[in-house]
Design a binder for this molecule. Structure first.
Ligand code: TXA
Ligand code: MG
Length: 343
């Protein structure tokens, strides 16, 4: 069955079609980087704006090197250390990488996913695969094949079923630039590989590097404030409050939001009567694995108007950074009972 699916995936990719692929982070919607038709199909299928660049997936370091003008010793070290795994390296792009993939930027995001099915497929194709997460633009990323099916119900998309994603959140995105003799590292997206993991790994080497805090303008497109949104509003709650108050405050504030922010439709329920608390494990890795699937299943509950999540002190820890980043972007509102309301 799987062998057949790989053959079919190969045929479709070669014909300029898209194929949904499993990775350890989330499912991706893939096309060959040398297929203009395939790349266009990624954007049209996802209804994704062209300003949001795609990550290119490779099955070997050698393949990664072909995509960049500057495969530096530091990039090589991080690839050895963290690949295959949830780390995307943003490096100066090679000439042949199409501007549609990079949104016209001079850099390209590259990663080697940790999933045997997908690594095998890329090997067979022999060409890197561009793949954003396999969800409609702005929506919750899929962590199972069934989620991908739900995202694109009326489209004939081949989905390679590789089981539930082990990590559950998108990769860490790290930009590497060389300035004079120093490497400038910038974390563009939080993920399972934390800043301290990178620092610990680099501590064993003598690279001259520094982390720079904020990306230069235009360096980090696709960092929209509203992303990963479930089908009914998610409200983050800080401090002591009660459910009646959450409903009341949410109704007042969500109805005042614009209908659309950064191209993402803001969902406004007709009534604010029923709500459900989103519960996640106390341990961050387990919470990351479950976040998207829980958001999906809770938002499919019949007759539910609102989901809320209580932010607790332990969510401030570095381990929770990626989960809280996604949670904040998925939220329509943050209610802070002590500080007044934000967002
Ligand atoms: O875990 C992942 O990274 C998943 C799986 C499928 O590999 N992919 C994923 O792709 O999350 P996507 O399209 O949902 O997110 C891509 C993001 C962009 O929105 C942008 O923030 C960053 O990666 N990115 C990609 N290329 C970049 C570049 N050249 N410069 C800056 N940021 C870039
Ligand atoms: Mg995405």
């Amino acid at each position: 069955m799987k062998i057949f699916a790989i053959e079919e995936a190969l045929n479709r990719l070669n014909a300029g079609e898209v194929v949904a692929i499993p990775t350890e982070t989330v499912y991706g919607l893939a096309a060959k980087i040398d297929s203009k038709a395939g790349i266009e199909k990624i954007f049209s299928t996802k209804q994704r704006p062209f300003f949001d660049p795609l990550i290119v997936h490779v099955s070997s370091k050698k393949m990664a090197e072909t995509l960049t003008k500057d495969w530096s010793p530091l990039a090589d070290f991080l690839a050895d250390h963290f690949w295959p795994g949830p780390l995307t390296l943003v490096l100066p792009k090679a000439e042949h990488v199409h501007g549609m993939i990079t949104s016209g930027l001079e850099s390209v995001g590259i990663r080697m996913p940790k999933h045997t099915l997908t690594l095998g497929l890329i090997d067979r194709v022999g060409v890197p695969l561009a793949a954003p997460s396999a969800n409609r633009f702005g929506k919750t990323s899929p962590t199972t094949a069934e989620h991908v099916r739900q995202e694109f119900p009326n489209q004939d998309i081949l989905i390679l079923d590789g089981g539930a994603c082990e990590v559950g959140l998108e990769s860490t995105v790290l930009s590497i630039q060389r300035q004079d003799s120093q490497y400038q590292l910038c974390l563009l997206r939080a993920g399972a590989i934390k800043k301290s993991d990178l620092e610990n790994a680099l501590a064993s080497k003598n690279f001259n590097f520094q982390f720079v805090e904020s990306a230069a303008k235009g360096q980090a497109p696709g960092q929209m404030k509203h992303h990963y949104m479930p089908e009914i509003p998610l409200v983050l709650v800080i401090g002591k409050t009660n459910e009646a108050d959450i409903l009341h405050q949410s109704q007042r504030q969500i109805l005042q939001l614009p209908d659309q922010i950064e191209g993402v439709k803001i969902i406004k329920p007709k009534k604010f009567e029923t709500l459900r608390r989103l519960e996640l494990p106390n341990e961050a890795t387990a919470a990351a694995r479950l976040l998207y699937s829980e958001l999906r299943s809770v938002s499919q509950t019949a007759d539910l108007d609102l989901i809320y999540f209580l932010i607790e002190p332990h969510h401030q820890a570095e381990d929770w950074k990626a989960v809280m980043d996604r949670m904040t972007k998925a939220a329509s509102l943050i209610l802070d009972s002590e500080m007044g309301n934000s967002r």
